[in-house]
Ligand binder design. Structure first.
Ligand SMILES: Nc1ncnc2c1ncn2[C@@H]1O[C@H](COP(=O)(O)OP(=O)(O)OP(=O)(O)O)[C@@H](O)[C@H]1O
Ligand SMILES: [Mg+2]
Length: 185
């Protein structure tokens, strides 16, 4: 991927496909490190499936189609000297998945975060009924968005996917980043 924000999109789209009601996208960043965590309360994966899901060279792939979103995210974190972890549960009381990737930003193999605002807008457009909780902490400040709060203000009759709402999300996130002098490139 050219930008980590595209990996975030891919991993969060897995959560949407897993029929999550809530998707948390949490970024914790310092001058030298970036931790990205995507958590959902979707259907989760079985232990068997989870064990295979991070390995693109697994022989089970020939008998079962498995995608590359998770293996790529893992590889991109590890190639910077960072780490990757995925946890998942199908427990009816506590089901869901958490994917965490840690990046060392000084590595020559570090891929910039890129346009995370567009990733958030794309997710909301594609799944306006899901509660997205976005929190990005970085040295200059914090940029956050909770779609449940927007829904409360706008009321049920305005879908969050409407162009005006998406425009507002895009502008307000961009404004927050520029107020805090954040540059993701
Ligand atoms: N959050 C999740 N909840 C439940 N199952 C998941 C989740 N994330 C991934 N999976 C399962 O793991 C599989 C592999 O995910 P991965 O992102 O690597 O590939 P993909 O989504 O199938 O294809 P691609 O990302 O390449 O388009 C998914 O098809 C899905 O079955
Ligand atoms: Mg995927």
């Amino acid at each position: 991927m050219k930008e980590l924000s595209l990996n975030v999109l891919d991993i969060a789209e897995n959560s949407v496909r897993a029929k999550a009601n809530h998707v948390w996208i949490l970024l914790d960043e310092t001058e030298t490190e970036l931790q990205i965590s995507i958590r959902d309360d979707g259907c989760g994966m079985s232990e068997d499936f989870l064990a295979r899901v991070t390995d693109p060279f697994s022989t089970t792939r020939t008998t079962r189609k498995v995608g590359l979103g998770i293996p790529f995210f893992k590889m991109e974190a590890e190639q910077t000297g960072g780490w990757f972890r995925i946890r998942s549960s199908q427990d009816p009381e506590n089901h869901g998945t958490e994917t965490t990737a840690f990046f060392c930003k000084n590595s020559i193999d570090y891929i910039p975060l890129g346009d995370i605002v567009e990733t958030i807008c794309t997710l909301i457009m594609g799944a306006p009924a899901i509660d997205f909780i976005f929190e990005h902490k970085y040295p200059g400040g914090e940029t956050t968005l909770k779609t449940s709060e927007m829904r409360e203000i706008l009321g049920e009759e305005v879908p969050l996917s409407s162009p005006d709402v998406i425009c507002w999300v895009r502008e307000s996130l961009r404004e927050s980043y520029s107020d805090n002098q954040y540059d993701a490139s």
